[in-house]
Design a protein around this ligand. Structure first.
Ligand code: FE2
Ligand code: FE2
Length: 166
């Protein structure tokens, strides 16, 4: 199987988007089914974001300085998704804000995926050689089994919350 970094990440995107569709189809159905789909969404997103944050983003930033702005914006979009995932992790479908929050997560991640796939992945493919992309993808696949699967409080938010609790 190819370990091309862009192929690997697009495969993750496909899985996440399939789960988004499943949630939308299940929205008016039983709570347990919705909770299960959201659990899977949070796990997929947590792993995927981790691999991009640990390998893809820092390496692209280093190797393709022209994409600095896109990378910084993407980090911020990850941060927004992290906060939503962390909140959803503590919620159940009977919460009146549950569906709304899942739908905001879906909208914002779908936008983020579109930007990655259409705006800067093609530039990365042009700038990096085939071998470099294979090597980056292999590193992500190596890291995957050890990636966190549950949302964790983003560091900055953790600090702010600690300060409030003190
Ligand atoms: Fe991303
Ligand atoms: Fe991505």
């Amino acid at each position: 199987m190819s370990t091309d970094a862009i192929v690997v990440l697009k495969e993750d995107h496909k899985n996440v988007k399939r789960l988004f569709k499943e949630f939308q189809a299940a929205e008016d159905g039983p709570a347990e089914a919705k909770a299960e789909i959201v659990k899977q969404i949070l796990a997929e997103l947590t792993v995927h974001t981790y691999l991009e944050n640990e390998v893809m983003y820092p390496e692209v930033r280093r190797l393709v300085p022209d994409l600095e702005e896109d990378i910084l914006e993407s980090y911020e979009e990850h941060h927004v998704a992290d906060v939503l995932c962390m909140e959803l992790f503590t919620m159940t479908p009977d919460d009146e804000r549950f569906d709304a929050k899942v739908n905001v997560l879906i909208e914002s991640v779908t936008h983020h995926i579109d930007e990655e796939e259409h705006e800067w992945f093609p530039k990365v493919r042009t700038a990096l050689g085939r071998n470099q992309l294979q090597e980056l993808g292999a590193r992500m696949q190596q890291l995957r089994p050890d990636a966190p699967t549950k949302p964790v409080e983003p560091k900055a938010l953790h600090k702010a919350l600690e300060a409030m609790r003190a």
